[in-house]
Structure formats: C-alpha cells, structure tokens
Design a protein around this ligand. Structure first.
Ligand code: XUL
Ligand code: CO
Length: 442
C-alpha cells in the first residue's frame, strides 16, 4: 500500500485504552496483544470484516437510495474503482486490528457481460487482494459466491427449476472456490441465498432439495480435486429473501446434511440474526451445532426484537454475546472459524467514521463476552448446577438408561417395586438468572 492513511486520513490506528477510557475511537475491552492461555486475544477471537456490508453497502433501503458517500468510490472504470476500494478496505482492516476479512466473489470484482469476463475481472482483483494480504498480514477467513443478486438466480441457484441456472451457478462456485484457495481462505461458506420457495404451487420441494445436495457434493468433489483444504460451511437462515429457505436452522441443516451424506464435510456458520428469525436464541443455535461437533464459525450481528427481518446490526448486547461465548468456549473455541461482522451501518450512519464506531462496539462486546464467559466457566457454579441436575444419570439405573442397558420392562419393575413417585426438584431458573447477573454486573 502506497499511503497507509490515504482513505481514512483523520482516523488513527485504533488502540486499546482500557475500560475507563472516554475515547470513542479506542478499544475498551479488546486488547489484541493481551495474552490469555498462551495466545493473544486477537488469535482467540479471530475477528473478520464483511466486505459486502462495510465496503459495498450504500445505505439503500426499499424506500430510498443509498446515503453513504465514500471518497474511494470514484475512478475511471469499475475495475479501477474496485482496486481503490480494496486499498481502502485493507487500510480499514489494519486500522481496526481485524486479522481477517470475508467476501463474496461479486463484492470484490464487477460482474462482466459473460461468465468469462466476470472471471477475468475476478482474477485481476484477486491478484490485487493477494498483494494487499501479503503487505498487511490480513487473511481471508472465508470466501463465498453471490448466488442471489443477479436476476438469473431469482428462482434459486442450485434449487432453480431450470438446469441451465444450476450449471451457471456450478461454474460460478467453481471459480469462487478457486478464488478462496488463491487467497488462502480458512473456509468456504454456502449461505442458501435464494435456495427456497415462495409457493408450493410451483415448487417440487423434494427435487429441489435433491439438487441442492447434488450441488454441494459437486462443490466438495471439485474442492478436493484442486487441493482446497478449507472448511465447508452451511449458513442456515429460515426466511428472507424467500418465504421458506431450505437451510431453516441448524437442526434442519443437520438433518439435511445427514440425509445426503454430507455431514462429515460440512460445519455451520451461525449468524445471530438468522437464529432469532428462526425463533431461536444465538446460544441455542450454537449449542445445537456444538452438540453435533459441527460448530464452524460465527456471523456476528443482531436483529431488532421489534422488527421481523434481518436488520444485520452490530451486536452490543453483552448478555447475549456472553451466553454465546460460554457455549463456544465449552465446545473448545472456534478452531479455524472466526467472528465475522456480517453487520451493516444504519442508513443515516453515513460517515466513514461510523464504520469504526460500529466495529469497535462489536469487537469490544465480543472481547468482554469472551472474558466474562471464561470467568463464568472458571467460577464453575453454573457448570456445577448442571452437573448436579443430571447426576441421577451418573450411576445405577440412570447410567443404564444412558448406556442402553435399561429396558421398558426393567424400568417398569423398578418403579413398581422400589422407586415409586419421583420427588419434585426445582429448576431454579430465577436463582440462575440472578447468578448470571452477578457475573455481568457484579
Ligand atoms: C445473508 C447473509 C450472507 C452470508 C454470505 O443473510 O448472512 O451475507 O453471510 O452469503
Ligand atoms: Co451471514
């Protein structure tokens, strides 16, 4: 990069100033170099910036055009703008201390008139991204393909009733996997895009699901054939843009992957606002994934409880994030996944500086949640309560139930001859909620 301050000249590199700081452009909880269990906080949390929201988001909504004005969005043609935009993005990644970024193919390079032209554009920008990655040390967390914006995908990509569209999507994903490999991506994400339906009057649900599975098998085969070692990830979402998305939530995703023999090769990228749209908590979706050993990565954001759509806000809810971090840490952390801010600024937040406030808030919230979660686990009272609550399964007939030795007959005999009526035991929810508050607020 020629001039590291070319695009955000008034904003310094964000540094850690501690919880007492009143500086709005400093971290209060995220100290990237703080060592915890022999590793830096930066390497525990593996933050990532989402290119599509932070560098392609314009502030448009269904009622009006974009509001943001970015100094780098000018140039002689789409490719040179794409390059300057990427310079700005890497300046941002460095200044905000994000070790990773994520992108769709079409976020970074303009789509051409033909697939061949789109591929050539992508090659040029990928080469630029590669040199910026090398110069800055910022890495690609995961790559993906945009299979939802272009009108050709209006009725789905892999689930399109027209095999021609399936073939086009296959060609696009082939290239997107190559892009991800070239940039050293740690993973490759499949968010369902428009893989769903509006009405069953025009939809063969079984064939569409079969086609989606066939597509994922083809993607896996191709990735293996070119030696791409990154983790494949499914990102469930119940609705929006389609009324019913096939990857509804983690539980239905597990069933889908197992049905089609894909469960060993895929994990989940769990997004907070997708969880809440499905009627679950973020923690619930993480626990369903970890219970299957299938937690892959996190798309960090938040919805608005008063709205029913994907608002993709930066998450500043310490309680929600702490509970999610407890679930993540109990499962051994994020491994090669990370915490990707799949979140966008509100439409009136049109200043470039707002990008910094948003990410500082998200990063601080996750750093604080991480620290609180470690404290909760180390303190042990919540864990002990759970252990105690299930202890009747640790020995005797409870153990026999868990190990498959009990039968309906043996259990009936026990109840009739020995156990009688079970004693009621409190679930202690109010006590536990108070305990959680003491961790969060003292
Ligand atoms: C859409 C969404 C996507 C995926 C990547 O709701 O979350 O941005 O994360 O395609
Ligand atoms: Co997402």
């Amino acid at each position: 990069m020629k001039n590291p301050s070319a695009h955000f000249p008034r904003i310094p590199r964000i540094t850690y100033a501690g919880p007492g700081s009143k500086n709005p452009l400093a971290f209060r909880h995220y100290n990237p170099t703080e060592m915890i269990d022999g590793r830096s906080l930066k390497s525990h949390l593996r933050f990532s910036v989402a290119y599509w929201h932070s560098f392609r988001g314009t502030g448009t909504d269904p009622f009006g055009p974009g509001t943001v004005q970015r100094s780098w969005e000018s140039g002689k043609d789409a490719l040179s703008i794409a390059k300057t935009r990427m310079d700005a993005a890497f300046e941002f990644f460095q200044k905000i201390e994000s070790p990773f970024w994520c992108c769709h193919d079409r976020d970074i390079a303009p789509e051409g008139k033909t697939l061949a032209e789109s591929n050539r554009n992508l090659d040029k920008i990928v080469a630029h991204a590669k040199s910026l990655q090398k110069a800055t040390g910022v890495k690609l967390l995961w790559g993906t393909a945009n299979l939802f914006s272009n009108p050709r995908y209006m009725c789905g990509a892999a689930t399109n009733p027209d095999a021609h569209v399936f073939a086009y999507a296959a060609a696009q994903v082939k290239k997107a996997i190559e892009m991800t490999k070239e940039l050293g991506g740690e993973g490759y994400v499949f968010w369902g895009g428009r893989e769903g339906y509006e009405t069953l009057l025009n939809t063969n649900l079984k064939r569409e699901q079969d086609h989606l599975a066939a597509f994922l098998h083809l993607a896996l085969d191709y990735a293996k054939s070119i030696g791409f070692k990154g983790q494949f990830l499914i990102e469930p979402k119940p609705k929006e843009p389609t009324k019913h998305q096939y990857d509804f939530d983690v539980a239905s995703g597990v069933a889908f992957l197992r049905t089609y023999g894909l469960e060993k090769d895929f994990k989940f990228n769990i997004e907070t606002n997708h969880a809440t749209l499905a009627g679950h908590t973020f923690q619930h979706e993480i626990e369903v994934a970890t219970s299957q050993g299938m937690l892959g990565s996190i798309d960090a954001n938040a919805g608005d409880p008063l709205l029913g759509w994907d608002t993709d806000q930066f998450n500043t809810d310490v309680k929600e994030v702490t509970l999610a971090m407890v679930a993540i840490l109990k499962a051994g952390g994020l491994g090669k996944g990370g915490i990707n801010f799949d979140a966008k600024l509100r439409r009136p937040s049109m200043d470039a500086e707002d990008l910094f406030h948003a990410h500082i808030g998200g990063m601080d919230t996750f750093a604080l949640g991480f620290k609180l979660a470690r404290h909760i686990i180390a303190d042990g009272r919540l864990g002990q309560f759970l252990t105690q609550r299930y202890s009747s399964y640790d020995s005797g007939f409870g153990r026999e139930i868990e190990t498959g030795k009990a039968t309906f007959k043996s259990l009936e005999k026990l109840v009739l001859t020995k156990l009688g009526e079970p004693k009621l035991r409190s679930g202690k929810q109010e006590y536990l909620e108070n305990l959680l508050n003491t961790y969060l607020h003292g």
